[in-house]
Ligand binder design. Structure first.
Ligand SMILES: [Zn+2]
Length: 287
C-alpha cells in the first residue's frame, strides 16, 4: 500500500512536457508511479482535480538568509510551492565575519536584518549554526562581504594580499558547503572591484565546481556593458555565470530585452555557461 495517492491533477513534471491529467503515487517519500488512472491503494488520497501537481519550485534568487533564522518554517514560501531557495545573493552574505570586522558587517547589513546577531563567525560555523528549515537552502558567499573583510569600504583596487585573503575565505566557505559566490557590482564595496579581482575569485569557484551569480554593475543605460562584463567572467574562467534579476531600468531602455537576451544566447552558442533569471512580476525592485 502506498502512503499517498494524488488523484486527477494536471501533472507538470518539470521536463518541459505539456501538463497531463494523471494520478501520482507516493511511497516512503518517493514517487512510485504516475499513471492516467491508478488503482493502487493508498493510505491517504488527495483529490487534486482542477489543481496543478508539480515538483517543488526552486527560487533561484532570494535574500532569505536574512529571514530563515527568524522564521525557519518559511510558510510564505512553502505555500507558493517553493522547496529550495538560493540565498546569499547580490554580494551579501552574513558570513564569514572575521575578528575585528563583525561590527562593520553588522553596520553594512543590519538595516536588512536587524534581528541577526552579525557576530564573528567562520563560514563553517555559520553553516553549522544555520537552523533546520522547512525548505532546502543553497548558500552563496557574498563578494561584498569578502571585500568588507579585507579592504573594508575603501574605494580602491584590493592589494595582492587582500585578494589572496578573499580567495582563501572563498575557498574555506566552498569547502564548508557554499555552492557559489554572488557579486553585487552595483553596490559598494563590490562596485570597486575590477575584472581581474572577479576573475581571480571566479577561478577559485571553477576549481571547486562552484558557480558565480551577479547583480550586474548597471541595469540602466549601461546594462549591455554590464551583461558583457558578466559573460566575460564565463569566457575567462569557464565558471557558470548566473545574471541575477535581469532587467532594463529607465524608460530609455525599455524594449531592449531582446537585444540583451541575444547577447546571452550568443554566449551560450559559443559554449559558455551563462544563464539569467527575472522577477516573476512586471515591476522592478532592487535588490
Ligand atoms: Zn540584486
Amino acid at each position: 500500500m502506498d502512503d499517498l495517492l494524488i488523484r486527477g491533477g494536471l501533472v507538470i513534471d518539470g521536463t518541459g512536457a505539456p501538463g497531463r491529467e494523471a494520478d501520482v503515487s507516493v511511497s516512503a517519500g518517493r514517487i512510485g508511479a504516475i499513471a492516467p488512472r491508478s488503482e493502487r491503494p493508498a493510505r491517504r488520497v488527495i483529490d487534486a482535480r482542477g489543481q496543478v501537481v508539480a515538483p517543488g519550485f526552486i527560487d533561484i534568487h532570494t535574500h532569505s538568509d536574512f529571514t530563515l533564522p527568524l522564521n525557519p518554517r518559511a510558510e510564505s514560501k512553502i505555500r507558493q510551492g517553493v522547496t529550495l531557495e538560493v540565498v546569499g545573493n547580490c554580494g551579501f552574505s552574513v558570513a564569514p565575519a572575521l575578528p575585528g570586522r563583525a561590527a562593520m558587517l553588522r553596520e553594512y547589513l543590519a538595516s536588512s536584518a536587524p534581528w541577526l546577531p552579525f557576530g564573528e563567525t567562520s563560514f563553517a560555523d555559520y553553516v553549522a549554526a544555520f537552523p533546520s528549515t522547512a525548505l532546502n537552502v543553497i548558500l552563496q558567499v557574498g563578494h561584498n562581504t569578502l571585500r568588507l573583510m579585507t579592504a573594508g569600504m575603501d574605494n580602491r583596487a584590493v592589494t595582492g594580499d587582500e585578494l589572496a585573503t578573499m580567495e582563501r575565505l572563498l575557498a574555506e566557505a566552498l569547502a564548508a558547503g557554499a555552492w557559489g559566490m554572488s557579486s553585487g557590482l552595483f553596490t559598494a564595496p563590490g562596485a570597486y572591484a575590477d575584472a581581474a579581482e572577479i576573475h581571480a575569485l571566479a577561478r577559485v569557484l571553477r576549481r571547486h565546481g562552484a558557480a558565480y551569480s551577479s547583480h550586474i554593475r548597471d541595469e540602466a543605460n549601461h546594462v549591455t556593458d554590464a551583461v558583457r562584463e558578466a559573460i566575460a567572467v564565463a569566457e575567462a574562467t569557464g565558471v557558470h555565470v548566473q545574471i541575477a534579476h535581469l532587467k532594463l531600468s529607465g524608460v530609455d531602455n525599455w524594449g531592449g530585452a531582446a537585444r540583451l537576451l541575444d547577447e546571452i544566447a550568443a554566449a551560450r552558442r559559443r559554449g559558455l555557461a551563462v544563464d539569467c533569471d527575472a522577477y516573476p512580476y512586471d515591476t522592478a525592485s532592487n535588490p
